[in-house]
Design a binder for this molecule. Structure first.
Ligand SMILES: NC(=O)C1=CN([C@@H]2O[C@H](COP(=O)(O)OP(=O)(O)OC[C@H]3O[C@@H](n4cnc5c(N)ncnc54)[C@H](OP(=O)(O)O)[C@@H]3O)[C@@H](O)[C@H]2O)C=CC1
Ligand SMILES: CC(C)CCC[C@@H](C)[C@H]1CC[C@H]2C3=CC=C4C[C@@H](O)CC[C@]4(C)[C@H]3CC[C@]12C
Length: 386
């Protein structure tokens, strides 16, 4: 009790003020005197500053609240919900999400017609089309961006919550977590972590910068992702599939590899654009096309199209990597039923329409520059195949 508080302060002093040099610390102690140095630090910080006391206060309070209120705690008679609740109530939740998605899109449609947030909003005159496609590109409600809410927060956070809930369900039901569930949960969790690391670039992707906020994107992220993108999770959480430790490890390795290769491919074009080509791609100077495009009737802008790296193998090679990562987290479900594989089938359809629309959009936007890119990189998604 006498030595540790003093040595703790000295350690912190050493790293904060003396570049972590223990030699400098010893020198300082001999120069100032041991007790003088300790007193000096204590007095200078008045036994800790007000800001530091606030940090400790907030941390203690939030942890105490979590201890009382989070799932599993029955004190104070609150016992909100068990951690497995998303699996326990899966069917009811899906029905509720489908309805919530419709109500959300209905309100969004009415808001778009009567109170558009920006000028990038218009009506086609066909109510069904406008409801499906949306009327606004960047709708906001008060200070909230609707697409960031549906795509980046609601849909993907619920996806991650379902994975955690599955862990609790497996533990409660089977008394352990199967290797198959462990593999799928680990791969998907690090995939979603990768998404948040890359989120800034996602705001420039087709979903955000091109697709309007309507049924397709908003209902899709609120309800469809929870069902269509989670068939391996829900199947492996509810039913025990027996796989070996080695197979589990192989799936995790492949899943992690393909997730980060996707990140690498996505970041390659981001970095090339950010540095205006002054970087290395696969260790070499990047090959680029300076593609001009028109904004409105007059203004002309330029974007870099990367022709080397992953973007030189095929124009949308990153989609193959995305599919392979998803394959890795579906494989642990094996082949007893096609239910868990519905996700991969759905993803193929989503990716195909995404690739086709993206190609069409880029052709329209960049014209002859896209044609030049397509000549230099003739394959769309898979080198030597398509
Ligand atoms: N899980 C899922 O359902 C899906 C996931 N994905 C994943 O989402 C991520 C984003 O995918 P996606 O939406 O296709 O990609 P992005 O929208 O991020 O990238 C495509 C855009 O990048 C630009 N671009 C295209 N080619 C080049 C090039 N050679 N050099 C520089 N810029 C280029 C174009 O935009 P610009 O107008 O700026 O030039 C193009 O519209 C990927 O990781 C993908 O795997 C994709 C589809 C479905
Ligand atoms: C209504 C439905 C038939 C179709 C709905 C489709 C949308 C929900 C999905 C279309 C594109 C999807 C996504 C694209 C890219 C992504 C990045 C990835 O790292 C995480 C997933 C996602 C955000 C994904 C989410 C669903 C779509 C928006």
């Amino acid at each position: 009790m006498l030595t540790t508080p003093v040595s703790t302060v000295l350690l912190a002093y050493c790293v904060a003020k003396l570049d972590g040099s223990v030699v400098a610390l010893i020198y300082q102690i001999t120069k100032t005197g041991f007790w003088n140095l300790i007193q000096e630090q204590w007095i200078m910080n008045i036994c800790g500053t007000i800001q530091c006391w606030k940090i400790i206060g907030v941390l203690s309070l939030t942890q105490m609240i979590f201890m009382r209120f989070l799932p599993g705690c029955s004190s104070w008679g609150l016992n909100f919900f068990p951690a497995s609740i998303l699996i326990d109530l899966y069917l009811e939740l899906v029905i509720t999400l489908v309805c919530f998605g419709f109500i959300f899109c209905g309100i969004l449609y009415i808001k778009g017609v009567f109170f558009p947030s920006t000028v990038e909003s218009d009506l086609s005159g066909n109510v069904v089309f406008d409801f499906f496609w949306g009327t606004e590109l960047y709708p906001r409600v008060l200070c909230w961006d609707v697409k960031v809410f549906t795509n980046c927060r609601f849909g993907l956070m619920l996806w991650q919550m379902l994975i955690f809930s599955g862990l609790a369900y497996q533990q409660n039901t089977y008394g352990e977590i199967s290797f198959a569930y462990m593999a799928t949960a680990i791969i998907q969790t690090q995939y979603l972590f990768k998404f948040y690391l890359w989120e800034k670039a996602y705001t420039k992707s087709m979903d955000i910068a091109w697709d309007r906020a309507g049924f397709y994107i908003c209902w899709g992220c609120i309800a469809f992702v929870f069902v269509g993108f989670n068939t391996p999770t829900i199947y492996l959480a509810m039913y025990n599939v027996d796989i070996s430790r080695e197979f589990c490890a192989a799936c995790i390795l492949l899943g992690v590899l393909f997730t980060w290769l996707t990140y690498w491919a996505d970041m390659q074009k981001e970095i090339v654009r950010e540095t205006e080509g002054k970087c290395l791609v696969f260790g070499k100077k990047p090959e680029i096309i300076l593609a001009k495009y028109k904004v409105g009737d007059r203004e002309e802008k330029v974007n870099i199209l990367l022709v080397s790296g992953f973007w030189g193998w095929a124009r949308q090679f990153h989609c193959i990597l995305e599919l392979l990562a998803s394959l890795a987290w579906t494989l642990p479900a094996l082949f007893n039923t096609i239910f868990p594989w519905i996700y991969l089938f759905t993803l193929c359809l989503v990716v195909i329409q995404h690739v086709v629309r993206d190609e069409w959009k880029n052709k329209e936007k960049y014209g002859k520059y896209w044609e030049e890119y397509s000549k230099r990189v003739p394959y769309r998604v898979m080198p030597y195949i398509i």
